[in-house]
Design a protein around this ligand. Sequence first.
Ligand code: ADP
Ligand code: F6P
Ligand code: MG
Length: 319
Amino acid sequence: MKKIAVLTSGGDAPGMNAAIRAVVRSSLHYNMKTYGVMDGYKGLVEDNIFELDRNHVTRIINRGGTVLGSARYPEFMEKNVQKTAADNLKKRGIEGLVVIGGDGSFKGALALSQFGIKTMGIPATIDNDIASTDYTIGFFTALDTAVSSIDKLRDTSFSHQRCSVVEVMGRHCGDLALYAGIAIGSEFIITPETGFDHDLTIKEVKASFDRKKRHAIVVVTEKMTDVNQLAKDIEKATGHDTRATVLGHVQRGGTPQAFDRVLATEMAERAVELLHLGSKQHIIALKGKEIIHIPTEEALAMKKETPAKRYGLVGQLRN
Ligand code: ADP
Ligand code: F6P
Ligand code: MG
């Protein structure tokens, strides 16, 4: 293989730039040229593709976001649109594509491989919702952001003897809420895996104040419940001022922490090595301490093992 391309797709994640950099540098090692595609599948279809050299990726290993841009582009579900994308690669003699993104992006990669493009998927999303890998690039950086934000909330919550209800991201996966909740010592955690029990939540917060704690923190995965309403209900039931905070997109930005950079670099190296060897389509993953690769269809069919089950946690954390 002489030419490959790389794109970032779906919600951006800290560490995507480290992966782009490692794709370019590893390709050089195998005497392959790398092309960058702007804005995910949108740029691929609109032919927004340019050659990336060593200098394009200098000093990006420590930058958040993605220098290639990312997009949600539902049009890519259509076969004729996928064909246009594959043709844009083929006309430049590009045979392989590295897709850095989440499970939706990997479905797009699988579609492209049916048009003869060899594809490698690198899992990067703050949600950690990809079953085939223990951890995704960006998860631990987003977790650190959530934890440091909730630590700040606790300062003010303690001072005013309040309860804080904090909504974190995660889409349909509770990992960010679960790990953040454990790391900050929250009173209660509500995730898609634990489910939401309104009365139990209030009971636990009340019990915590009854134990003479000056503050309480409830961590909730987005979409599980209306956090403003829950805050009102807790305030009414406990008599303690309660405030809701939605952490939102700040969780997606910022400098990638070291683990995410290392993971991104190792995964990208494997992806490029596989393309060099002529592999057709795989997803790269971390299993224990090993970087592995799994055929795309097999990886997409895997079901995520929920940490909530692993820890036997259903909300209550005995704090
Ligand atoms: P993520 O990759 O983080 O899971 P999305 O689910 O938004 O994020 O997917 C990113 C993009 O991947 C979509 O906007 C679309 O362009 C493409 N995509 C998602 N699902 C499919 C699919 N079934 N077939 C083809 N392309 C898809
Ligand atoms: O997948 C990453 C993520 O940040 C999810 O946690 C969240 O549900 C979603 O993307 C938000 O998407 P958008 O950036 O389109 O608002
Ligand atoms: Mg996804």
